[in-house]
Design a protein around this ligand. Structure first.
Ligand SMILES: [Zn+2]
Length: 260
């Protein structure tokens, strides 16, 4: 009970900062990003949670605020395509930021957290329709659970070019864990997803965006190359790969400011 209250308060602060950031005129650094893409490498990384469809959440809840309607989602993907952005996976992101490859003119990473079933039923078809790819950070103990994406669909998404990465075993707040448990979350979720997709898992999104030096060091030791948080601005080459900022997408996200 106490834990969930603290987590709730923490999330409230994180979300308030995220949403407030998107609402201000210059917080996203978006305009300068667009004009200097060729010389300075800056890439927007978006994060979606629920695509709400069949289940409606009370408008005051974070489940509602952290979701987009299918219609808005479709419009946002169309905007991204029409503005000339090319979706990339995280290995490509790393190669671009390391200067190993040039990459497309306007790269973008679209991520999804938490395995919600609508990411398969609603997001995946829209992505395919637009010839776009998404990165899906999955919680591995949800793979058998109702309301989440089952293994067979995870495999189908991976085979279709979607990027399947880790969001831990059970969505634990990693900064609260013993070293033994932390390593377990990192290694076992990685192995479980690799067994499903047959592809390497090298990227993690920290649940509730919580990491510290120990978490980041153990993640690197476990074989991860990046770790993602939430922070409403574009990622740049100066960013620590283990603190990649992601912009939370909601119904009211101002696309002209965030993705010019
Ligand atoms: Zn999550």
């Amino acid at each position: 009970m106490k834990k969930s209250v603290i987590l709730g308060a923490f999330l409230t602060i994180v979300m308030a900062v995220s949403v407030a950031g998107l609402a201000t005129a210059d917080s996203c650094d978006a305009a300068s990003s667009a004009s200097s893409l060729a010389s300075v490498k800056k890439v927007p990384i978006l994060v979606y949670h629920h695509i709400r469809a069949t289940k409606s959440y009370p408008i005051s809840t974070w489940s509602y605020k952290m979701s987009v309607s299918p219609d808005v989602f479709s419009k946002q993907l169309t905007w991204i395509k029409d503005r000339g952005y090319t979706t990339i996976n995280l290995d490509t992101y790393v190669a671009i930021m390391r200067g190993e490859i040039e990459g497309p003119a306007k790269p973008i990473v679209i991520t999804f957290d938490d395995n919600n079933a609508t990411q398969y039923s609603l997001a995946f078809p829209e992505l395919k329709k637009n010839n776009q790819i998404g990165v899906f950070y999955l919680v591995t103990n949800r793979l058998q659970n109702k309301g989440f994406i089952p293994e067979v669909q995870v495999k189908e998404m991976s085979d279709a070019g979607m990027d399947i990465q880790s969001h831990t075993i059970d969505h634990a707040t990693m900064t609260n864990l013993s070293l033994k448990r932390l390593d377990q979350e990192l290694l076992e979720s990685k192995a479980a997803l690799e067994a499903v997709t047959g592809k390497p898992v090298r990227h993690i999104a920290y649940p509730s965006t919580a990491s510290n030096k120990t978490v980041r060091e153990r993640a690197a030791k476990a074989g991860y190359v990046t770790g993602s948080i939430m922070d409403p601005r574009w990622a740049t080459q100066k960013d620590d790969f283990f603190k990649l900022p992601r912009i939370m997408m909601i119904d009211t996200t101002n696309l002209a400011k965030v993705l010019p």
